[in-house]
Structure formats: structure tokens, C-alpha cells
Design a binder for this molecule. Structure first.
Ligand SMILES: [Zn+2]
Length: 94
């Protein structure tokens, strides 16, 4: 768990020294947070890379297409508030 800005900065420095790019870090964070891979239209198209779950959601305030989708198993949606939902067919996570 990263608890302070200083810890986060120190970790980022270690990652950069190891040749990890910001895009790599973003991809890693997406995986940790249960963000699915998105197709060209910005919709989930494959199971969650963490748990292989096939149901995704995002707050209704966000547009349907694009970033913001989260796996319903890894990141359960809040009980209150509108949301978009999307299920993908069974298959292998990329
Ligand atoms: Zn998941």
C-alpha cells in the first residue's frame, strides 16, 4: 500500500530507473483497478484481466464510450446513482 506522496514518488523513481514508461504504469494501474481492455469504440470487449469477470459498469455521468469502465466483481458499483452496464461474451482475456 502506498500511503504518502513521498512513497509514491520514490516508487515512481524506481520504476523509471527500471525503464518502466508512464504508459506501462497506466496499464498496470488499469489492471489492478479492474479496467477492461476497450475496443475501437471504447467499449469493453474481453473479460476482466484480473478475475475474468464479464460484467462491467461505469457511472452514468460518463459517456458510454471510452475510459472509466470497471469490472463489477473487482470494483463493485455503488448502490446509489445511475450507471452504464456492459457484459462481454466468454473468452480469453488478452
Ligand atoms: Zn475483475
Amino acid at each position: 500500500m502506498i500511503r504518502t506522496e513521498a512513497e509514491a514518488a520514490a516508487l515512481a523513481e524506481v520504476a523509471m530507473d527500471a525503464g518502466v514508461t508512464p504508459d506501462d504504469l497506466r496499464d498496470l494501474l488499469d489492471r489492478i483497478r479492474g479496467a477492461p481492455p476497450l475496443d475501437a469504440e471504447g467499449l469493453p470487449f474481453a473479460p476482466c484481466r484480473v478475475c475474468l469477470g464479464r460484467d462491467f459498469w461505469k457511472p452514468a455521468a460518463l459517456p458510454i464510450e471510452g475510459e472509466g469502465w470497471r469490472c463489477a466483481a473487482c470494483v463493485p458499483p455503488p448502490k446509489a446513482g445511475g450507471r452504464h452496464a456492459c457484459s462481454v461474451p466468454a473468452g480469453r482475456a488478452p
